[in-house]
Ligand binder design. Structure first.
Ligand code: AP5
Length: 218
């Protein structure tokens, strides 16, 4: 089963994709996390991505698509994956359709996580991320047990450099102009399911799991 999690910056794609991937035994592919890991490791990919991410712009398609297609060819993606933050424009959506079709597969469902703009800004301004395993926390709604440390791996928590007010505004602008057209693209394909992304994290996970349906690992 190949599922896309679509939504604005801060909608909870990463939080929900991690939960649902665990519940359903699917691989979680988060393009933002892959870029941030590449930056931590100071690879060429990380260096190329940094300047775009700092400005709240999309990393060019040729870089992003190549990275995802490579990731998709790994054995842990053979029986399914959740895409978090990809695709982000029509070009990427078409490239994903093509890459999956080459393996005799297709996108099964697209979960559109809907959250108000006011809530998005609140979430992003209080977010902390684990430098090691990328788990997101929020200083009010989901604080770590020990301040500054990840509950899961003990890694150091930090605030993303693109979570400043100005960069968040730019990311939202890019989302509305480039990513929102995908709602129509997948809706026409009969694959889009809208899920209310406000409320308790576990409740939202429950809504998504029932929207996906099927059995674990499928
Ligand atoms: P990326 O890392 O993908 O960022 P994003 O899409 O802007 O999304 P976020 O990670 O900000 O939010 P999220 O929806 O995952 O929310 P989260 O679960 O963390 O991309 C960053 C950059 O990389 C892009 O700007 C671009 O430059 C580049 N990039 C990435 N993909 C690309 C692509 N395909 N093409 C080109 N460039 C690309 O939750 C947010 C906060 O809210 C957390 O603190 C969390 O704890 C809290 N929270 C979550 N759920 C709830 C809830 N129900 N109630 C209260 N708080 C909650």
């Amino acid at each position: 089963m190949y599922i896309i999690f679509l939504g604005a910056p801060g909608a909870g794609k990463g939080t929900q994709a991690a939960n649902v991937a665990k519940k359903r035994g699917l691989t979680h592919i988060a393009t933002g996390d892959l870029f941030r890991q590449a930056q931590e490791q100071k690879t060429e990919l990380g260096l190329k991505a940094r300047s775009y991410m700092e400005k709240g712009q999309l990393v060019p398609d040729e870089i992003t698509i190549k990275m995802v297609v490579e990731r998709l060819s790994a054995t842990d993606c053979r029986s399914g994956a959740i895409f978090d933050g990809f695709p982000r424009n029509l070009e990427q959506a078409k490239a994903l359709d093509k890459a999956l079709a080459a393996q005799g597969k297709a996108v099964d469902k697209v979960i559109y996580i809907k959250v108000s703009e006011e809530e998005l800004v609140k979430r992003l301004s209080g977010r902390w991320i684990c430098r090691n395993c990328q788990t997101p926390y929020h200083e009010v709604s989901s604080p770590p047990r020990v301040k500054g440390k990840c509950d899961k791996c003990g890694g150091e928590l930090y605030q993303r450099s693109d979570d400043t007010i100005d960069t968040v505004k730019q990311r939202l602008k890019v989302y509305f102009s480039q990513t929102v057209p995908l709602i129509d693209y997948y809706s026409r394909a009969g694959k889009l399911i809208e899920v209310d992304g406000e409320g308790a994290v576990d409740k939202i996970s429950g809504r998504i799991v029932s929207a996906i349906g099927g059995e674990k690992g499928r």
